[in-house]
Design a protein around this ligand. Structure first.
Ligand code: GLV
Ligand code: MN
Ligand code: MN
Length: 409
């Protein structure tokens, strides 16, 4: 039997591996992540899979089909978290997928394709500022330059991998070829309010919105907060305030566009010193690439104009960009049928959040199933789901797997 109680217990068990006392923060290649990953690998083995930690720190499990070596249906999500996170973003998808394999294994059932479940080591990008690291490696779109990226303590990703016992040279070998992966399917909490508003436990995702992430540095002049007259100042933080409102104004200009300044560091950061330098980030997302690109170019030119008017140096860097990833129509139809077969209304919706499927889209058709979360809240310790909804999600995922017809693609 599929056991939603066990799914909930396992989400709780993983949440105990945290660097944040009383909360949940688990970043890529941390000791907490090692412990959580070991647990996931053990659950995979218990579910009848061959499982190993791969060169990118992903927990990778495989359940053979009715003969060894068949192409796979890949399932998964991520095991890292944002800071002060909820217990379900990422983990629910990995644990639900393992539950489905465990169910097949208990019935001694093999399918005409293999199933692989991957708990990706990094999706959120918290530690090194660049996202989807685990799934990019598996999709063969991992940029080796990123190994030089440093965490806030100055450690490079390559060194962090080595300290974790992994060999960065092994990363290119993780790349899966087209044809080895028939499709990628991910169960994930919705992270928004649509399903709850409509009283539905699950939804079928149509596409994952694209994103652009920028880092802006403004440099003016630090000075004494008591002596420099206002009109002679080159205050980088006052300029940043204008920039933040500009990002908000441009993003508000279209109902499908969102823009966020999520990080801001002002130097030197003293009460009696004019801020001479500020770094801030901009995250822009939209369901159409043209809309996002247009917004990013308007934001960038407005930020430059603000800097110029205030006689500041301005540097803008694009940290990451990812286009819209559409879910495959044939997989959405199969997921719709799985939803209906479990007695739920079929509701399709786009994803505003990013997901590992964006990377996997480079080598396979993808689809996603959303599970309702309370208040639409995510990236927060208030993130929560009910056991009934976990049950609905895993039943639909199981039904999708059983009717998966990727072989006729
Ligand atoms: C990942 O959760 C993202 O969408 O930022
Ligand atoms: Mn997330
Ligand atoms: Mn997620």
């Amino acid at each position: 039997m599929l056991d939603p109680g066990r799914i909930m217990e396992r989400c709780e068990a993983l949440a105990r591996h945290s660097e944040l006392p009383g909360g949940l923060t688990r970043v890529f290649l941390s000791p907490e992540q090692r412990a959580a990953t070991d647990k996931v690998l053990a659950w995979m083995r218990e579910a009848g899979m061959q499982a190993k930690l791969d060169a990118m720190g992903n927990a990778a499990g495989r359940y053979e089909g009715n003969r060894p070596g068949l192409p796979c249906l890949m399932l998964g999500s991520h095991l890292d978290t944002v800071r002060d996170a909820g217990k379900y973003d990422g983990m629910l998808g990995v644990i639900s997928a393992i539950e489905c394999v465990s169910f097949l294994h208990s019935k001694n059932k093999r399918l005409p394709f293999a199933i692989e479940v991957i708990g990706f080591g990094d999706e959120e990008g918290v530690r090194f500022g660049t996202t989807l690291l685990g799934s990019r490696a598996v999709a063969g779109i991992f940029d080796g330059q990123v190994l030089k990226a440093k965490d806030p303590q100055g450690k490079t990703m390559a060194d962090a991998l080595r300290e974790f016992g992994l060999e960065p040279d092994g990363i290119p070998r993780l790349a899966r070829k087209k044809g080895e992966v028939l499709a990628y399917a991910e169960l994930h909490i919705e992270q928004g309010p649509v399903l709850e508003t409509e009283g539905l436990p699950v939804g079928v995702v149509t596409a994952i919105n694209g994103f652009s992430r920028l880092r802006v540095t403004l440099r003016g002049a630090a000075g004494h907060a008591g002596t420099v007259p206002m009109k002679l100042r080159r205050d980088a933080l006052a300029a940043t305030a204008e920039c933040v409102l500009t990002v908000e104004r441009i993003a508000r200009g279209h109902p499908e566009l969102v823009g966020t300044v999520g990080r801001l560091e002002a130097k030197p950061g003293a009460i009696n010193v004019i801020p001479g330098e500020v770094m801030f980030t901009v995250d822009v997302r939209a369901p159409q690439d043209a809309l996002r690109n247009d917004a990013v170019s308007k934001m960038t030119s407005e930020i430059r104009r603000i800097a110029q008017d205030r006689q500041l140096d301005c540097n803008t860097e694009t940290l990451q960009e990812f286009g819209v990833t559409a879910c495959a129509p044939r997989l959405m139809e199969q997921m719709d049928r799985a939803v209906a077969s479990e007695g739920f209304k079929v509701r399709r919706l786009p994803s505003g959040a990013g997901h590992d499927g964006m990377a996997l889209g480079a080598i396979a058709d993808i689809c996603m199933l959303f599970v309702r979360c309370k208040g639409g809240i995510s990236h927060s310790p208030l993130e929560s789901i009910t056991q009934d909804d976990a049950a609905a999600g895993v039943r639909v995922l199981m039904s999708f797997i059983e009717r998966f017809d990727g072989l006729s693609a």
